[in-house]
Write a protein that binds this ligand. Sequence first.
Ligand code: ADP
Length: 387
Amino acid sequence: SGYHRVLEENRKLYNQVQDLKGSIRVYCRVRPFLSERSSYVSTVEHIEDGNITISTPSKYGKGCKSFTFNKVFGQSVTQAEVFSDMQPLIRSVLDGYNVCIFAYGQTGSGKTYTMVGPKDLTEKNQGVNYRALGDLFVLAEKRKDNFRYDVAVQMIEIYNEQVRDLLVIDGSNKRLEIHNSSQTGLNVPDASLMPVSSTSDVIDLMNLGQRNRAVGATALNDRSSRSHRYPLFSFSFFNNIWSRNILCSQTKTCLITCSCLTVHVQGKDLTSGTILRGCMHLVDLAGSERVNKSEVTGGRLKEAQHINKSLSALGDVIASLAQKNTHVPYRNSKLTQLLQDSLGGQAKTLMFVHISPEPDALAETISTLKFAERVATVELGAAQVNK
Ligand code: ADP
């Protein structure tokens, strides 16, 4: 049947290109210097295959530290090259697997660039989200003689430990619960589920999600903090794209812990009638740096504390999975509950870890790479097709 042929095709592809069944896959990407005339010397000493060596000068002399990942992308690697071997991952969503792609790294290290793209977005510099969605619909179309695919999306955010539906039309702000349901992929079953049939449908919904986020952010904004200037993230749309910027002025935006776009796919094999359900989570995490108490006050401080707590909880979950502990503390934050099925579950999970090459980012760079190295040791359960 068409289903078996596709599975066989994939098995070959995975053997050739990538087998995501072992552990969480980690790709490391180094951002280029932001100014061409930068006088900085990069902290990245050497990149070869999956290895990256960071120079760690100290008062005792020059030191080095090496890290190993599935792949390391240097400063000059293009968006197309970063995406080039991800097709099997996208394909497997259509084959009934759950896939999770998320970006990690300090603010300004290139997470948005990888997932979405730069501000002056063109087809050439589109990020992973676009390419993944584009491929998904192209592939579904290619298979239309053998399969009928129904695609629907959800979009939620975690803000101050509350899970919020971003695709509500009436502007209501219902709080949602997270469930562990690796079989259906619907781990936030009460979030709106919107049918889509093209990449542009998804982008329209992302626009709606953005509007809802802005409404929520204004309503929740702490008035007393408006007159101050803070280094903040903002989430905005330009060219219909979901992106994150750093603002250095008063703003009505708020610091969210994470937002997640989930694409649910249900495929029916037209010959055998077999139904396959796959999903793809595209997760946008807050910057990994810990916000210092002295940098923010008021509502921003509360938000930053929630983010710090969530990222610590993520670190604890990763540490405990890496040590193969029987108890994994998923329940300590909404973020870890949301990612539960993707971390140590049966999903195929890919983390892009980002670092900045500047010497003043060295401490964050080392802590990011150490975290990523631990993530890379986390073994996933064998990925299973959801039938
Ligand atoms: P983050 O999302 O981690 O806060 P951004 O993606 O916003 O970081 O990146 C910070 C800045 O660096 C942006 O201006 C972005 O366009 C630029 N940048 C990041 N990665 C790259 C890259 N690989 N090539 C060119 N510019 C990049």
